[in-house]
Design a protein around this ligand. Structure first.
Ligand code: HEC
Ligand code: HEC
Length: 290
């Protein structure tokens, strides 16, 4: 092979001087625009390496003269978010319910936080969405054992019900049968009376005796008409909303063994602003607040 360039006589293009069976390989040059773009990318990458973090080293990496770091940017953003949030939280615990409702941003913040907290802390007992389970009241309806105003709800959440706190809500439904406060026959009469005042089928004669027993034993908490009293946390027995159940068997069980549902006090587990957020959520969003 000679060192001279060979030019293909048909196209005038240089060949690579590779030749197989008389077929020659042309050495067509790269298009100019393509070469230019390649030079530009080289220049750009050199610039990038100088300015930005680029090359991994044994310990760390080249930082670049701009000293740019995604990690730092995220850290700053997170810090900012915490600052915003704690300012919001501060505002929340220092505001009244009316101030919160009047401030769309603060209200939205409270509801979002309340919803998350409710899912994390309350749904295990009160059911998904707070719709209640036997023994654990529905928090969506208009029926409240201890009261449905904002302050009542906040108090229930803060100090709990029959919880281990001096200010907890307290009222006890005694075990009239198990503790032999009443005779079995008297309990049967009371069951008939409760069936009667809640609008269910009852034995009239037995219910009548039950009414007298009710006035003597039960009305101090459940009220003369059995409509319940919130000071004692004694439910209304005349409606169709039952905490434990309204069948004869369950009513008998309630009177015989007593009931004392426990709701923990949250003031030792949650902060003031978290309790505020939960109260707003339960009172205003779950929909049964008074
Ligand atoms: C360990 C179970 C349990 C958990 C967890 C729980 N509760 Fe309760 N809660 C109860 C019980 C039981 C009652 C009803 C007590 C009674 O019988 O009077 C109740 C009652 C209430 C009441 C009063 C309802 C009324 O009708 O007056 C409110 C409000 C309430 N809970 C809110 C919450 C919130 C908010 C949370 C989450 C921070 C929560 N609860 C978590 C068991 C629980
Ligand atoms: C010292 C107050 C007090 C007295 C007296 C009392 N109760 Fe109760 N009763 C309660 C409380 C508090 C509850 C709710 C317990 C709970 O939430 O766990 C309750 C619950 C009930 C329930 C369950 C209601 C439901 O929704 O499932 C029935 C039924 C009932 N009482 C009947 C009676 C009868 C009948 C008597 C009289 C023999 C009586 N109570 C006396 C406080 C009282």
């Amino acid at each position: 092979m000679s060192d001279h360039k060979k030019v293909d006589e048909h196209t005038g293009t240089e060949t690579t001087r590779h030749e197989w069976d008389d077929i020659q390989e042309l050495d067509t040059p790269m298009p100019r625009w393509w070469i230019n773009i390649m030079y530009m990318t080289i220049v750009w990458s050199i610039g990038y390496v100088i300015l930005m973090p680029a090359i991994p080293l044994l310990n760390g990496y080249t930082k670049g003269v701009l000293d740019f770091s995604d990690r730092d940017r995220v850290a700053v953003a997170v810090e900012q978010m915490h600052a915003d949030r704690s300012a919001r939280s501060q505002e929340l615990s220092n505001s009244s319910i009316n101030e919160i409702i009047g401030d769309d941003g603060l209200y939205e913040f409270a509801v979002q936080q309340g919803k998350t907290l409710f899912g994390d802390n309350c749904e295990t007992c009160h059911g998904a969405g707070g719709q209640g389970v036997v023994g654990y009241p529905n928090l969506n309806d208009q029926v409240w054992i201890w009261g449905g105003s904002f302050d009542d709800i906040k108090y229930s959440i803060t100090y709990g019900i029959r919880a281990e706190h001096d200010d907890t809500r307290f009222g006890s439904m005694a075990a009239y049968g198990r503790d032999e406060i009443l005779e079995p026959a008297q309990i049967n009469d009371l069951v008939q009376h409760v069936l009667n005042i809640s609008g269910q089928q009852a034995d009239g004669v037995s219910a009548k005796r039950g009414a007298t027993l009710f006035a003597e034993n039960c009305s101090s908490c459940h009220g003369v008409e059995g409509k319940g009293t919130r000071e004692n946390g004694a439910p209304n027995l005349t409606d169709t909303d039952w905490l434990y159940g309204g069948s004869a068997e369950v009513i008998h069980e309630t009177i015989f063994n007593g009931r004392n549902g426990v709701m923990p006090n949250w003031n030792e587990r949650l902060s003031a602003d978290q309790i505020m957020a939960l109260s707003v959520y339960v009172h205003n969003e779950l929909g049964g607040g008074e």
